[in-house]
Design a protein around this ligand. Structure first.
Ligand SMILES: [Mg+2]
Length: 386
């Protein structure tokens, strides 16, 4: 079998569905809070939603599909003007060699960021193609399953008002989730009053869900070391499962120092790329939980290596964000115990008519667990309206 064509299509919808647009309007801490004009909402500086769909065609008539974010519409040019020439006429089952060639060839302008996201989408498409060609689900090709259903955590709990947050947390308990994650509203620019509000948000949720449910919270890179140390001191009584991404991804010294100051597990990695990036996190003893996103860090081929590195350091891997890619990965990875899911909060109106779900057949959790598709490849169909 040989690759005959690679097509990249920009789709306006976000991989995170309605969540990406909603978070642009909510009061959440972000790394741009240090600038007054960007403080109010993420929408004041965030890029447009969008997904790059990569379709790889073969002379056997089998097509594989992969994807990554494409807010800057830069994935198409990277694939069309460079990476595709390394793939045409090659055997699509040679995932190791093709990945390595793309990585080496794009190194002068790549290694991280957009080039690695393009490689990720291609790699995901190659694994989907391999599954479709052999009639097997991707998790089986990856060596799984190590688990038949995937535990997912409810990832939402935005700071939208105390009553709403308590109601929302209660719905997740009732739905059977045993882990949930909130978002912090405030950072260093908001002083002690902001610290108190961050703590009150967590306290409301902990009071609502009781002691038998894990609670994590996300800082989206919006804190600094001194603030994080003081904030974690205030959060110690709430038995946090983890505090996520307190700092910019390159600030590994702050991550490592915070870990020494608190008993709360510190997580991160959704903005890290390749096994080399994750090895630096591990070497610095900077995190307790690694959260790679396979649509960014290098696809399945690199994700397996990152999980192997994590296993030698005793670290769990909990991939960032929901999607078929991560369900197959968790199904096949012993040290990946959990996946993230974005439920529709009870206070939120359902997605408007303009929103289209990109994928048909994307599995939905029942009782906090998701059954992975047994269909060939990734097992999701693209919405023809997208
Ligand atoms: Mg996060």
């Amino acid at each position: 079998m040989k690759i005959t064509a690679i097509r990249v299509r920009h789709i306006d919808e976000s991989l995170w569905g309605y969540l990406a647009e909603r978070e642009k309007t909510l009061p959440l801490v972000t790394p741009l809070d240090v600038y007054v004009q960007f403080k109010e909402t993420r929408g004041s500086w965030f890029w447009d939603s969008g997904t790059a769909l990569v379709e790889i065609e073969t002379d056997a008539g089998v097509t594989g599909r992969g994807w990554c974010e494409d807010g800057c519409r830069a994935i198409g040019p990277i694939v069309d003007n460079h990476l595709s020439r390394l793939l045409i006429d090659q055997d699509p089952s040679e995932t190791e060699g093709l990945w390595d060639r793309m990585f080496r060839a794009s190194t002068p302008y790549g290694r991280q960021g957009l080039a690695m996201m393009a490689i990720s989408a291609i790699d995901i498409a190659l694994w989907d193609l391999r599954g479709r060609a052999t009639g097997k689900p991707v998790y089986e090709l990856l060596g799984g399953p190590v688990r038949n259903t995937i535990p997912v955590y409810a990832s939402a709990l935005h700071p939208v008002g105390d009553r709403e947050v308590r109601d929302e947390a209660r719905t997740y308990v009732e739905a059977g989730y045993t882990t949930m994650k909130a978002r912090f509203p405030f950072g260093p620019g908001d002083g002690v009053a902001g610290m108190a509000a961050n703590e009150a948000h967590i306290r409301s949720i902990r009071e609502t869900i009781g002691d038998d449910i894990d609670l994590a919270a996300d800082c989206y890179m919006g804190w600094d070391l001194q603030y994080a140390v003081r904030m974690c001191q205030r959060l110690e009584p709430y038995r946090m499962a983890w505090v996520e991404e307190p700092f910019l991804p390159d600030d590994l010294r702050s991550y490592a120092r915070l870990r020494r100051e608190t008993s709360i597990p510190i997580s991160g990695g959704e903005h890290e790329f390749s096994r080399f990036g994750f090895q630096q996190i591990i070497d610095a003893e900077a995190m307790d939980i690694l959260q790679p996103d396979l649509r960014r860090c290098g696809g399945f081929t690199e994700g397996l290596k990152i999980a192997a590195l994590a296993s030698t350091a005793g670290l769990p891997v909990i991939p960032h964000a929901y999607g078929a890619t991560h369900l197959h990965f968790v199904a096949a990875t012993p040290n990946a115990p959990l996946a993230e899911y974005f439920p529709l909060p009870c206070w939120a109106t359902p997605a408007g008519p303009s929103h289209r779900h990109m994928f048909l057949d994307e599995p939905v959790p029942v009782g906090g667990n998701v059954a992975v598709s047994n269909e060939p490849g990734l097992g999701v169909r693209l919405n023809p309206e997208c």
